[in-house]
Design a protein around this ligand. Structure first.
Ligand SMILES: Nc1ncnc2c1ncn2[C@@H]1O[C@H](COP(=O)(O)OP(=O)(O)OP(=O)(O)O)[C@@H](O)[C@H]1O
Ligand SMILES: [Mg+2]
Length: 271
């Protein structure tokens, strides 16, 4: 029996997502102790699009990203104000089930972190863990193949799925972690500098995967690589000192930014 109460719908008219939006932050403010690091962010994550978050070190990108699936709360001093909705539900509502939320809004970290087990078991583990009912053993292998295909890794590993995941290259490990996240059927995947530990070739392969994922999930990616933001994203948000200084279609942000700070940053003047 499902006893969980459904989280409340957000009340404020401006906090309600439209059909083409999957998440919306309104007046999102974060403080660590007495230090305010986000100053009231209004930002939309569009459905089936890739949103890049850029900005100099320490401006609050990771803090914002971690706000989107409540990983923020792992920091004991974190306080927040404002609203974040996912499909009209207030994700900070007291009735929100965190496990459900983090399945719907998955996270891929900077350092690939496969479990010390085989490629197959890494993905199968995630599938079993995320399933509401225990899946039949025969249902697992096809699902492993499906998510490895979506993560763009299948062709490279299909001949030896029992190999240790930790023997894969860094780029392959990162795609395995994307596959593990996909096993939960997320609506949104958050990625915090997912390519910073990878060589250019592996990076290009991950970028291809990100572009393909758009057909059924939305992606929010933090990156320090301007070319990468431009290549993979549909929208870009530029953060500076806790403010969202610029937000819009990526080509527009890079070619005709409205603020001087954005123009300087994308031109490589600071950061
Ligand atoms: N758990 C925490 N406790 C206290 N302060 C924190 C915590 N996490 C982040 N901060 C502070 O919040 C500010 C924003 O940090 P954040 O990690 O969001 O920046 P960022 O834009 O992701 O930077 P980078 O590009 O270096 O990853 C920084 O001043 C940081 O020191
Ligand atoms: Mg960061």
């Amino acid at each position: 029996m499902e006893t969980r109460k459904k989280p409340k719908k957000a009340h404020a008219a401006d906090a309600v997502t439209r059909p083409d939006e999957v998440m919306r932050a309104t007046g999102w403010m974060v403080r660590f102790g007495s230090k305010q690091v986000l100053n009231g962010i209004d930002l939309v994550v569009n459905r089936n699009k890739v949103l890049a978050l850029i900005g100099p070190s320490g401006c609050g990108k990771t803090t914002f990203l971690r706000s989107l699936n409540r990983l923020l709360e792992l920091a004991p001093t974190a306080q927040h104000e404002g609203t974040i909705v996912l499909d009209d539900e207030d994700i900070y509502d007291a009735d929100q089930d965190l496990n459900v939320l983090r399945r719907r809004v998955g996270m891929v970290f900077q350092q690939p972190n496969p479990f010390p087990m085989s490629i197959f078991d890494n993905v199968a583990f995630a599938i079993r863990e995320q399933a509401r009912r225990r899946p039949r053993p025969a249902a697992i292998a096809p699902r492993v193949e499906e998510v490895l295909r979506r993560a763009g890794l299948w062709d490279e590993v299909k001949d030896n799925l029992s190999r240790s995941a930790q023997s894969l290259s860094g780029g392959q490990q990162q795609r395995l972690c994307i596959a593990r996240t996909l096993a939960a059927d997320p609506e949104v995947i958050l990625m915090d500098e997912p390519c910073s530990a990878l060589d250019p070739r592996s990076t290009a392969r991950i970028e291809e995967t990100i572009r393909e994922l758009r057909s059924d999930v939305s992606v929010v990616i933090v990156t320090h690589n301007m070319q990468q933001a431009r290549r993979v994203s549909d929208q870009t948000g530029f953060f500076l000192n806790g403010d969202l200084v610029e937000y819009g279609d990526t080509e527009r942000v890079f070619t005709a930014p409205t603020s001087k700070e954005t123009a300087d940053y994308v031109a490589g003047a600071f950061g």
